[in-house]
Ligand binder design. Sequence first.
Ligand SMILES: *Cc1c(COP(=O)(O)O)cnc(C)c1O
Length: 402
Amino acid sequence: MRAPTLTVDLAAVAHNARVFAGVSPGFMAVVKADAFNHGAAEVARTALANGARRLGVTSIREAVRLRGQGIAAPVLSWMNPPNADYTEAIGLYVELAVSDLEQLHAIADAPRRAERVPGIHLFADTGMARDGAPPDRWAELCERARSLEKSGRVRIVGVMSHLAWAEDPAHPANEQAVRSFEAAVDVLHRAGATSVVRHLANSAGALGIPRTRFDTARIGAGLYGIDPSGRYGLRRAMTLAAPVVMVRDAEEGTPVGYGHTHRTRSRTRLALVPLGYADGVPRSAAGTAEVAVHGRRCPIVGTISMDQIVVDVGDLPVHAGDPVTVFGPGDEGEPTTADWARWCRTNEHEVMTGIGPRVERIIHARIPDTPAAFHDTARLAGASASFATTPDLKETGSRAQH
Ligand SMILES: *Cc1c(COP(=O)(O)O)cnc(C)c1O
């Protein structure tokens, strides 16, 4: 092995998509944050080929990028300030979530070609005081949106909210959110918008709380194999690995790394691995994290540096160039992102999205209708900034643009 690599297995994403298509037909595949770092366009195509009918992202910029990559499916963008580039979004048929009046008016007033009526999803807060209109402003938002719809300035496509407690299906906040959502939908219906797509559930809601499913669900985490319940056979798609750079023999008591936070407990061998916190290996994992070398779990020792870690490989016959698996699907005993989340007291989402731009990403497809492999080497932070927005709503082929 020559360089740190993040490998994405789209067959796992396809499998997960089919699981969600079973509980939420035509679900919305959430490909925000570059599909949790799995490659937004590739995941979007895979999900759409396996039961998804819509895509969801956070910002307009992410939606525009999907259009530039030739993806024509409905895309919803749900978080933008009132001065966002709504003209561009509307021009590319990007649907927009609306949480307040200022956004609504910014969208309705955005200069655009007359025949393009912006599709909006009204977003109600049902108990997390985050995005969505608070209950006391909901009726006014619905009425204003409906009157703008009647004058042809917007089209109300959907009504949505988000669950704060979906990972604990029995938590009373879920039932409360369902009732609050139903009330919000009623208000919208009474304002005259009657054929809207209702979507409340995320992955955990769609799987574990049938009452939250409504017309569709927005599926992020589960597509990437995150399943806190462990009950649905979802598969993780990411493997992070790096080559050993160098191996040294160390006597008992050898201090390792910055601040000598570790001393070897016996004679051993130390392998140097070129990944650090700039690549998404959190510093907070020092002292607890392990990696897999030659199929065996070995501890990371000493502090985690920006660019490197030291692994105590014991008596394993390790050589420079041998692969070290930081995490993977877990099928061969290697750590998973769930292990890393536990070691770092965070969630798997943060581990997945934290992998840095220095790591080469290779996206493998082993499913029909998707090319054999996408090589994605231009993951520099600015790569998408130089992306030319030449929207073309035709499918333009299979290779990702950068
Ligand atoms: C991220 C996000 C989702 C996806 O949730 P998962 O738990 O990842 O399935 C759905 N809706 C909104 C508003 C989100 O921000």
